[in-house]
Structure formats: C-alpha cells, structure tokens
Design a protein around this ligand. Structure first.
Ligand SMILES: Nc1ncnc2c1ncn2[C@@H]1O[C@H](COP(=O)(O)OP(=O)(O)O)[C@@H](O)[C@H]1O
Ligand SMILES: [Mg+2]
Length: 232
C-alpha cells in the first residue's frame, strides 16, 4: 500500500482541545484516487498536512510507501516529501517573480541540479501539462487554469507516486476546473499516480475511485465509486 494511517489523531490547543483529526485509519493503494469531502473545519487539510509531513500527529502511525514517517530523521523526511509526494493547493502557491519554467525547476535546483538540466526537465514537464508555449511567463501573466497547470507540473517534477491536492479546482470556473480534472486523469493514466484530493465539488469526486467523508475529524462515510473517465 502507498499510504496507511492507523488511528491517527491531531489535537490543537491546551485546555479546551480541538480534535482536528480524531482516530482516522485508512489504507490507500498505489494508483488509487481518493476524494476527501466534508464541511469546513472537518479536518481535511489537517489530513493532507499530516500525510505530506508538514505536520505531525498527536498519536497514531502514518506510513508512506511502507516507511513510518515518525521514525525518519529530518533529512530523510525532507527527501521522502520531495521525492514521493507532490502537493498542489487551491491557491497554486507559485513564486510571483519566477517564470513558469523557473517555478517548475525550483525543486530540482534545490536538489542541486544545474540550472540548465533543471530547466530542460521543467520545460518537458510543462509540455506534458499543455503549457509548452507559456514557459517564460510569470504567474501574473497566466490565467488561473494555466497557473494550476504550472503548479501540477511542479508537483510532478520528481515523478512522485503520490499526489496530494487541496481543492485543486476551488478557485477555477467550472470549465477550467474540468480541464484540470481531465489533465489529472491523463497524468494518472500515464504514471499511475496515487491521488488524494480534498474537494467540495461532486464532479471532482466522481473522478475518483473512492470518496471519504469527514466530519469532526472522523471518517463518517466511505463510498466506492466507479471513476468517471474524463476526456478522450
Ligand atoms: N494551527 C491550528 N491551531 C488550532 N486549531 C487548528 C489549527 N489548524 C486547524 N485547526 C482546527 O482543526 C479543525 C480542522 O481544521 P482543517 O483541517 O483546516 O479543516 P478543513 O480543511 O476540513 O476545513 C478546525 O476546527 C480548525 O479550526
Ligand atoms: Mg481546508
């Protein structure tokens, strides 16, 4: 399995504790696509942050590709996060002064790759997300859908087995959102990436194999759905 949680909790505060996650157990296999739905404050972002190692659980175990992330030192955890997990956000989180190429190349540059090699790989990934002609543009010169494509290219630059997405279509109009889902569908077909996606959008959930519904930090419902095939 690719992602495994055993009885994971995350509490905030002292005195009156907030149980952001309250005993979540789940297993996600390689290549599975799982949507996480639930009202605001139900723990969706907490779940993603714990899986990608940006946050640590109060109790419980999280394994990524078999490795218990609590057992890793800082270097190993950073490497795991960089190489195994791509993350995309509702707000894209691109650096405004860098071109599309430079944004996508940044994780490779941080890994020590030469500028030339990093940008060659970045441009090839931009081609895969349909942005070959936009590589020298800065984020403010791109549309919302194009920015999300740049963010997806950056998240996939290490060809990670896991893609985490926090409301990836939340800031896009429905047509552009559908284009992004089609792109994710094509990339899934090519790379068999494991996808865990927070969404409020039933259409985005329908693109997944399974839907987890969270409420007050617990999984209250789990549905297996037959993923809709988008695009061609
Ligand atoms: N850093 C924090 N400090 C205190 N409480 C937090 C923090 N982050 C999240 N929470 C609380 O944990 C709960 C779950 O938050 P979150 O995972 O962001 O929910 P969602 O993404 O589903 O809207 C909420 O009640 C939220 O207020
Ligand atoms: Mg959230």
């Amino acid at each position: 399995m690719m992602i495994q949680l055993e009885n994971v909790t995350r509490e905030y505060g002292d005195g009156k504790l907030v149980h952001a996650l309250d005993g979540v157990s789940l297993t996600i296999d390689r290549g599975e696509r799982v949507a996480v739905m639930g009202p605001s404050g139900s723990g969706k972002s907490t779940l993603l942050n714990l899986i990608c190692g940006l946050d640590e659980p109060t109790s419980g175990v999280i394994r990524i590709d078999g490795a218990d992330i609590a057992g890793l030192d800082d270097d190993a955890r950073t490497r795991l996060r960089r190489e195994k997990i791509g993350m995309i956000f509702q707000t894209f989180n691109l650096l405004p002064t860098l071109s599309a190429t430079e944004n996508v190349a940044l994780p490779l540059r941080l890994q020590g790759l030469s500028r030339r090699d990093a940008e060659t790989r970045a441009n090839s990934m931009l081609g895969k997300v349909g942005l070959a002609g936009r590589s020298s543009h800065r984020p403010d010169e791109l549309s919302g859908g194009e920015r999300q494509r740049v963010a997806i290219a950056r998240a996939l630059i290490f060809d990670p087995p896991i893609l985490l997405a926090d409301e990836p279509t939340g800031n896009l109009d429905s047509h552009t959102g559908e284009e992004i889902l089609t792109l994710l569908d094509n990339l899934h077909r090519e790379y068999n990436t494991t996808v865990l996606m927070v969404t409020h959008n039933e259409e985005a959930a329908a693109y997944c194999d399974r839907v987890l519904r969270l409420r007050d930090g617990r999984v209250v419902k789990e549905e297996v759905v037959k993923a809709t095939r988008l695009g061609g």
